[in-house]
Design a protein around this ligand. Structure first.
Ligand SMILES: *[C@@H]1O[C@H](CO)[C@@H](O)[C@H](O)[C@H]1NC(C)=O
Length: 744
């Protein structure tokens, strides 16, 4: 019995010579297989020995490349691994959940062996191990998503949770395996893609206007009467979508060519769609990583093939579903922008952008019942982070890459000839930031879908406040409003970015397709219907001086002129490999559970949805109008014609007794946002008014006339107290002139 004889040598140093390692592993695998196929045939004590022997071998493959090679390059090993895993899988389907850890060890071992790349990858695939891993993943998803029966006692419940937890761990390991399996082999990546998303030949060409999801819904009886037909809305603008459709054909052709030799065993496209619902942010990492490896034009990949897979992902319903689930996941967990998953998905978003498919993606995440769906909000957020310089994120690269999951740059990477990341900037062009089709598309979405629907809600709020409508007529819950608000917030973040780019700004302010008029109307309605909340009456807490509203300080660097700086650590294809500390996934769970108590428990008593105050929206509107009207007569006139002067002026009139106004409000829904000092909106409004009045006698006349009936703050008309200047980002700002400034 080999494993009995070596037990006293379980110490790695005294373990058998490298040349004997394959024989040892084969013996261990036969033992494991026997215990799978003939339960009870091996004494429990001997089974335990076998398990610990297997763990010792895993450790060696984690430490040494030679151990990985001597095992990974042996077809016999892969054959035995496959048979053992097959036997294990058979048992798992019959609920032998006590075997889960042993099965997982097999996959961990295989995952490590794949770090040797090509040859091991080929054996893993040819011997059928890869197919068994997909089958295993499917089993895990099935087991982990089974609801736990209600009314069971505590003990049973705990056991059930424990079992599910074990299945999830296996799930994570299988994802890592798949990631390593396809790493650096374009053909195999495509095979994995076809398994994940289906073969394109078998599916209909995409129809952007009617996403698969919404057409499934039987209740086509449109609750929103304003939509003439489900597919109308905002069509895909510009040539990008046509390009997408056209290249879909190419994609199909190319796929058919490359998918020769595709192993269709256990073929089940869409098998990953459920995964995001089952995992937590620290567990899901291999999934976004797989997408990144498959579609982002990374150093050392075939960029044309990455593009093909990107298109394939979006062309296939399963691909869109998986993307949507991951986006919803990021939103629901409030995954931070510095987080590994967020960054991976930002890169995927960038790839989608480079392939001209952002409008298509946005449209396909639409849903009848939401003005902006959660997936769309997250897409907007990711897009904004793509347009921003990720320099800020760079500083954190080390901390993030060493986060719980242990994706430290693995040692194997240095063995790869392509790994020294040089000339990176050349290899990867900056995104066509504001290639005008993107702002054009989103302006159209805002004008047709988002702003009108939101204004209807705001008008109803106003009517209820004035007693002209019944409270009961407001049908939205705080959750509904939260979704709409989050979407609007992300839209405005994006608009601010666009407004800092000359070309995009031209789109935004263009007289026929621009958005100025809509923004003015939006501000007017908000001003009319949403009263200012006076913080000092209920919350004594003063506004903490906000260090930097993120969109203001950081986006300044986002001008189109600069090349996108990327964090190189995230720009290489990495295998999951050998971690120094191989109990991955464990212990990380507790961290995420403590994160709940951050929600400020605000007792300002905002109990009713119809009292929702749309925090920050006025400020965004004023900021945008301010930038648009600067030295632009057409915009100045348009704001006046739409009745915007008074509305902007009203934002300067904040009562100084109540300086906290318009702050703190984001917390009412638990949305974590930076606090903004009240002076912010006020100064923006003053700057805005001055931009609106400059060299525009008609506008000046209107404001003078208003002055007769209401007090207008000194700064608005005082030409000497304030002056324009350009800040570091080249934007116009307002500041007090030295000496004769008005009191603040
Ligand atoms: C890449 O994968 C394909 C099958 O998916 C295989 O036939 C080919 O040999 C692999 N290439 C290398 C260099 O290993």
């Amino acid at each position: 019995m080999p494993w009995t004889s070596t037990t006293e040598h379980s110490d790695a140093d005294k373990s058998p010579a490298m040349s004997l390692l394959p024989e040892l592993l084969l013996t261990v695998l036969f033992g494991a297989q026997a215990s799978f196929t003939h339960p009870g045939i091996i004494l429990p004590s001997k089974e335990l020995l076998g398990d610990s022997e297997l763990k010792a071998i895993i450790k060696r493959t984690q430490k040494g490349r030679d151990a990985r090679e001597v095992l990974g390059f042996s077809p016999r090993i892969w054959e035995a691994l496959t048979e053992t895993l097959r036997a294990g899988n058979d048992q798992l389907t019959t609920n032998k959940y006590n075997l889960v850890p042993r099965v997982r060890d097999l996959v961990i071992l295989a995952r490590n062996l794949l770090a040797t790349k090509e040859r091991a990858q080929n054996y893993a695939s040819d011997e059928g191990f890869e197919a068994e891993v997909r089958r295993l993943l499917d089993i895990c998803i099935d087991k982990a998503s089974k609801p736990i029966a209600p009314n069971i006692d505590k003990q049973t419940h705990e056991t059930e949770m424990h079992i599910k937890g074990n299945y999830k761990k296996v799930m994570i390991t299988t994802l890592q395996f798949l990631n390593n399996l396809m790493s650096q082999n374009e053909t195999r990546k495509l095979h994995v893609w076809l398994h994940m998303f289906g073969t394109p030949a078998a599916s209909a060409p995409p129809n952007p206007a009617v996403p698969a999801k919404s057409s499934q819904k039987p209740k086509g009886k449109s609750s929103q009467v304003n939509k003439p037909s489900p597919g109308s809305g905002v069509g895909i603008v510009g040539s990008s979508a046509l390009g997408a459709r056209h290249s879909h054909k190419e994609t199909v052709a190319k796929c058919n060519f490359l998918s020769a030799g595709f192993n269709a065993k256990y073929y089940k496209p869409g098998f990953l769609t459920e995964v995001p619902r089952l995992l937590q942010p620290d567990e899901i990492q291999p999934l976004p990583m797989m997408l990144q490896n498959g579609v982002v034009p990374l150093e050392g990949t075939d960029h044309a093939m990455q593009a093909v897979r990107c298109k394939l992902m979006l062309a296939q319903g399963y691909g869109r579903s998986l993307l949507r689930e991951i986006l919803v996941f990021l939103g629901a967990w409030e995954v931070d922008e510095d987080d590994f998953c967020f960054r991976m998905m930002a890169q995927v978003t960038e790839a989608i952008l480079l392939n001209g498919l952002i409008p298509y993606a946005y449209e396909s995440f639409r849903d009848e019942k939401d003005i902006v769906t959660p997936a769309q909000s997250v897409l907007l957020k990711l897009l904004a982070s793509v347009y921003r310089q990720p320099e800020a994120g760079r500083d954190h690269s080390t901390s993030s890459s060493s986060c719980s999951f242990g994706i430290s740059t693995p040692s194997v990477l240095s063995e790869s000839p392509t790994s020294p990341v040089t000339d990176f900037e050349e290899a990867f062009d900056p995104p066509p930031i504001i290639e005008s089709s993107i702002p054009t598309f989103f302006v159209a979405v805002l004008r047709k879908q988002v702003i009108p629907s939101t204004i209807r809600i705001i008008k109803l709020q106003g009517a209820i406040r004035e007693g002209k409508a019944k409270k009961e007529s407001f049908e939205l819950s705080l959750w509904d409003l939260d979704r709409i608000y989050e979407g609007l917030y992300q839209f405005f973040e994006l608009l601010v970015l666009f407004s800092e780019d000359e070309e995009a700004k031209r789109v935004l302010i263009s007289s026929d397709k621009g958005i100025v008029g809509d923004l003015v109307v939006f501000l007017r309605e908000l001003d009319k219907a949403i009263p200012r909340w006076v913080a000092s009456k209920s919350t004594p807490q003063p506004p903490s001086p906000s260090p930097s509203p993120p969109q203001e300080k950081e986006t300044g660097k986002g001008g189109s002129g600069k090349a996108l700086k990327v964090n190189e650590a995230y720009r290489v294809e990495r295998p999951f490999d050998v971690y120094p500390n191989f109990k991955d996934g464990e212990g990380s769970r507790d961290e995420s559970e403590g994160a709940d108590d951050e929600e400020p428990n605000d007792d300002r008593g905002l109990s009713d949805p119809e009292e929702f105050t749309w925090p920050h929206m006025k400020r965004y509107l004023v900021m945008l109008l301010s930038g648009f009207s600067w030295q632009n007569k057409a915009v100045q006139d348009l704001v006046r014609e739409k009745g915007g002067l008074q509305a902007v002026l009203n934002q300067c009139m904040i009562d100084d007794d109540n300086p906290c106004m318009s702050i703190l409000l984001p917390y009412e829904l638990g949305i974590k946002k930076v606090l903004i000092p009240y002076t912010d909106i006020r100064e923006h409004a003053i700057l805005c008014i001055r931009n609106l009045l400059e060299n525009n006698p008609e506008n000046q006349k209107v404001v003078k006339a208003l002055e007769a009936i209401q007090a207008i703050p000194n700064e608005v008309l005082d030409r000497h107290g304030y002056e324009h200047y350009f800040d570091d980002a080249g934007r116009v700002q307002l500041r007090k002139t030295k000496g004769k400034g008005t009191s603040k």
